[in-house]
Design a protein around this ligand. Structure first.
Ligand code: CA
Length: 231
């Protein structure tokens, strides 16, 4: 499988190092945070394929970290680790927005299998090269580039831009975007599409292509490479 970029949030140094070593041996890129505040900082700074989140952290409860991540729009799949394997705790973790739950102690083979399954659920554009004119989506680094300038994209911005590029200039409705990018995810805010269009537009603006992403009043959105004067 393709290498993943993972964030491991674990305060127990031996456990953190053991997980890190196993993941790196599988050619994944791994960052380690040893508390909740550190985890939030990492997650704000970079996009991960999966986050491994220990429930018992010295500063914040892992559940609280998870809630904060979700409230900040981080939709990265989260595998929660815990010494508390009871049904009650499992339900609490899943309710808070965890995608999977693994009680300690666990076998590393099981951890790896679950992480692979979670990464497969994430949007994957399959390495196709997607571009609208000079606006190019870099599938390896999750960036949008125009010429030699680029902007990093979050997972949802990346999926949204990929979807819009594949429409080849056609106007799509909010609902079509919601279905394509958010699918069956529960508890999606009603204005989430507008919010992400706004994020994406800011990044295109930084690349001098703000007008490429058009709002079609009462209908939806369209992306086209036409920069308003060259065609
Ligand atoms: Ca712990």
């Amino acid at each position: 499988m393709a290498a993943m970029r993972l964030l491991v949030v674990e305060d127990e140094p031996k456990m953190a190092e053991a997980i890190r070593r196993v993941l790196v041996a599988e050619r994944n890129a791994v960052d380690v945070a040893d508390d909740g505040v550190g985890a939030l900082a990492f997650a704000a700074d970079r996009d991960y394929d999966v986050i491994v989140l220990d429930r018992g952290l010295p500063d914040l409860d892992g559940l609280e970290v998870l809630r904060l991540l979700r409230s900040r729009g981080v939709s990265t799949p989260v595998l929660m680790l815990t010494a508390l394997g009871s049904l009650e705790h499992r339900v609490a973790g899943l309710d808070a927005g965890a995608d999977d739950y693994l009680p300690k102690p666990f076998a590393f083979a099981e951890l790896l299998a679950r992480l692979r399954a979670l990464a497969r659920r994430a949007p994957d554009l399959g390495g196709e090269r997607l571009a609208a004119g000079d606006i190019v989506l870099d599938a390896v680094r999750h960036r949008v580039t125009v010429g030699d300038q680029g902007e990093d994209l979050s997972a949802k911005e990346y999926a949204l831009l990929g979807y819009l590029i594949r429409q080849d200039g056609r106007v799509v409705t909010r609902q079509q975007i919601l279905d394509a990018v958010w699918g069956t995810e529960p508890d999606v805010y009603s204005n989430v599409v507008d919010l992400y269009i706004h994020y994406l537009r800011r990044k295109l603006e930084a690349l001098g292509r703000r007008d490429a992403l058009r709002t079609v009043r009462g209908v939806g959105y369209a992306l086209s490479a036409d920069d308003g004067g060259s065609r």
